[in-house]
Ligand binder design. Structure first.
Ligand code: NAD
Length: 260
């Protein structure tokens, strides 16, 4: 058990990548808060972890809402006795060419990805800085934190922005024993990606099979999707890493789609 006695908050953990991370951190001994907009699904993931002997709680959290983030973080810290690990993972995707991208959609994307990252970080740091307890903040970036793709102006801008936030957290957090990283996955088959396949096919005028083969996997070394477990194992490695030697970094998990 690599995380015995630690407590973690994973946002967007009712589904996909966040869920896999929450389940793995819990299996390694961490008490894990499943924070999500979808309260019922979060509670169900928490019950699943508890059924396997882990410690978990579901918590309603809209990461774009300052009050909701602060209140939920306080609840978790009170129940688990602090916050050692934050995985800021909640995210959505809206694809459209820039000239047709609505300002409302642009703002919604920045709000979930960047406001959400800032608000959850601020709330968690208040606990990590207390008595120099320290901790690890992990952002869910993307290959799109480094690369651009058509149709994804808001996503690419927001995911690039997370690199900057993570580096500031690393610099400010060092003296408090807080590290910060960005995990940058390639395409992972989750509801977020499944929704995009027909949308991209329509926008690009190609078949869904071509979207998968060319757009999503064309840049990989082996034509294989990254899995939720690949990403969860990376989050576990970073959460359990014992020193500040690793901080302010981005870890690309993408079958070689992007090499830094
Ligand atoms: P998903 O749709 O399976 O899960 C996203 C979760 O976030 C859902 O449970 C949803 O309810 C929650 N959520 C959405 N808005 C929220 C809000 N305002 N407050 C709290 N929770 C909210 O998606 P996923 O593929 O697991 O994506 C998770 C993260 O990984 C996202 O940040 C995404 O950008 C990133 N990512 C995904 C891929 C991929 O290929 N799937 C690749 C790189 C990065």
């Amino acid at each position: 058990m690599k995380l015995q006695g630690k407590s973690a908050i994973v946002t967007g953990a009712a589904s996909g990548i966040g869920r896999a991370i929450a389940e793995l951190l819990a299996a390694e001994g961490a008490a894990v808060a499943i924070a999500d907009l979808n309260e019922d699904a979060a509670a169900s993931v928490a019950r699943g972890i508890e059924a396997k002997g882990g410690i978990a709680m579901g918590v309603a959290m809209d990461v774009t809402n300052e009050q909701a983030v602060d209140t939920a973080t306080e609840r978790v810290a009170e129940r688990f006795g602090g916050v050692d690990i934050l995985v800021s993972n909640a995210g959505i995707q809206i694809v459209n060419p820039i000239h047709e991208y609505s300002f409302a959609h642009w703002k919604r994307m920045q709000s979930i990805h960047l406001d959400g990252a800032f608000l959850t970080t601020r709330a968690a740091l208040r606990h990590m800085y207390r008595d120099n307890r320290g901790g690890t903040v992990i952002y869910m970036g993307s290959v799109h934190s480094h690369e651009a793709s058509p149709l994804k102006c808001a996503y690419v801008a927001a995911k690039h922005g997370l690199l900057g936030l993570a580096r500031v957290v690393a610099k400010e957090g060092g003296e408090h024993n807080v590290r910060s990283h960005v995990i940058c996955p390639g395409f992972v088959r989750t509801p977020l990606v499944d929704k995009q396949i027909p949308e991209q096919a329509r926008e690009l005028g190609i078949t869904e099979e071509e979207v998968v083969r060319r757009v999503m996997l064309g840049g990989t070394v082996d034509g294989v999707f990254t899995t939720v477990d690949d990403v969860a194992q990376t989050a576990l490695f970073l959460s359990a890493f014992p020193s500040n030697a690793l901080t302010g970094q981005s870890f690309v998990v993408s079958h070689g789609w992007f090499m830094q």
